[in-house]
Every structure is written in C-alpha cells, then in structure tokens.
Unconditional design. Structure first.
Length: 246
C-alpha cells in the first residue's frame, strides 16, 4: 500500500486513495502514530464519488472522524491534482459539505463551508469566548499574549464544549493563533478551520479587514479572505514523502 505524507502549514497528514469506502479509524490510529507509524495529525482517504471529483474520509490521529479540516483540504487537493485524480480546480465532498479547492504549484486555496455561530460571547475561566463552526466547532478567545495558551485549560474547555480551542492575538492587522485540536488532544502546529474561526472573530470585532495574514504556531503565513460571508483559506502545502508499507 502506498501512502503520502503532507504538511500543510505544519498540520501533517497521511493521504492515500482507494476504491473502498469503509471505516478507516483503526488505520488512522496506526498510521498517525509518531513512534510506530508514519506520524501525523490526521489521515485522509480519497474515495470515488459519482457527482464530485472525489469524496474524502477524514480521521484525527486518535481515530475519531471529523467533518472537516481546513489544512487537510489543501493537502488533499494537492495530492488529488498531482496524482491525476482531479484537475487544478476541484470540488470534493466532506462531512461538512462540498469544498472547492484550487491548486497553483504548491499554493492551494480552499473555499470553506459557510461559518455558523454556535454560541455568542460568554465568560469562562477568566477569558471571553465564542464558538463558531467553520466546518468543525471552534472556541475562540482573543488574548494580548499567546503565552496565555494553557494546555490544561484548553483541554478542559475542549471536553466541556466538544470543540477545538483557539487563542488568538491580533497585532498590526495580523492574526496569530495557537490551537488545541480535538482528536489530537494537544496543540498542533496549525489548524485551518481554527485560523478561519479566529480571523472571523477578529473581523467581526473590527480588528482586521476582509483580508488578513494569519500565522499559526508553525509561523507559516496563510491568507484568509471573507467575501460575501464566505471564507477563503490560502497557503503553501508540502509533500513530505511517499512510502510503501505492507
Ligand atoms: N486540523 C484541522 C481540523 C481537524 C478536525 C479537528 N481536530 C476536529 O476534530 O474538530 C484543520 O486544519 O481545520
């Protein structure tokens, strides 16, 4: 079996394609294991679809299924294009709906699903939060110092609200983000739907315009754009290696 490892802003994925649509949770746990497997934050399996270029099945590293993954869509689109499964502009089905991605060399832009606010502003643990679904649910708090990111607090909030947890700092019109991801159960180097959630929050508070540069923990630069209530997420992806495992 041939697997490809991708990094999209530091969020890493094992990707392969198959004709078989089934539950790949156990494969996700094995392949994403950083000691005994390839090592990744998530597994993406592309399967055929009669209407769209393909359908994807997405799993976090603990084997849990997730409806969407922003960085994953960019890595997956690049994989589909370079493996001849789709043209450079493609549509594919995720658990959150149809995603449109465009590949231009190593830069991939994804049109995310329409964001839905799940919970308006509320106070908890000394921070002001809100919860938005940008494909998957995200708690967002705006802080002055990203050192306020606290693993135990993030873990508590994650389980209480069943959402990913983001701390965002806004400086000079740019958004800096740290994310605790559900299903990885820790901080990842980047989370696309999390960056989108932070950008949206900053935009609605008038702290950034309709286009902004966003930087996750990996410090890679992403561009977030809001056009007619739709979010576009653009940045570089990297194919790390392809390997065969029996
Ligand atoms: N890393 C992803 C989000 C993956 C899903 C998330 N961990 C969840 O279970 O909600 C991204 O780039 O958006």
């Amino acid at each position: 079996m041939t697997y490809t490892k991708y990094s999209a802003s530091g969020n890493d994925f094992v990707i392969f394609h198959s004709f078989i649509k089934k539950d790949y949770s156990q494969e996700a746990i094995k392949l994403c294991n950083r000691t005994e497997g390839i090592g990744a934050d998530g597994l993406i399996v592309l399967v055929p679809h009669e209407k769209y270029d393909f359908e994807w099945l997405f799993y976090n590293s603990d084997g849990s299924h997730a409806a969407m993954c922003g960085n994953g869509t960019r890595a997956c689109a690049h994989y589909a294009y370079t493996n001849g499964l789709a043209s450079s502009k493609m549509q594919f089905l995720t658990g959150a709906g149809v995603i449109e991605s465009t590949v231009e060399e190593n830069i991939v832009e994804t049109q995310l699903t329409k964001p839905v606010i799940l919970k308006e502003e509320f106070e908890q643990e000394g921070f002001t939060w809100y919860i938005v679904d940008t494909g998957v649910p995200h708690l967002v708090t705006i802080v002055e110092d990203l050192e306020k990111y606290d693993h135990n607090l993030a873990s508590k909030m994650r389980y209480e609200h069943n959402a990913n947890v983001n701390f965002a700092k806004i400086q000079d019109g740019k958004v800096y983000v740290r994310t605790y991801e559900r299903g990885v159960e820790g901080e990842t180097l980047a989370c696309g739907t999390g960056m989108a959630a932070c950008f949206l929050r900053a935009n609605s508070l008038g702290l950034v315009g309709n286009i902004a540069k966003v930087y996750p923990k990996s410090k890679e630069e992403l561009t977030l754009t809001k056009k007619d209530e739709t979010l576009y997420f653009k940045g570089a992806v990297k194919k790390v290696f392809t390997t065969s495992i029996n």
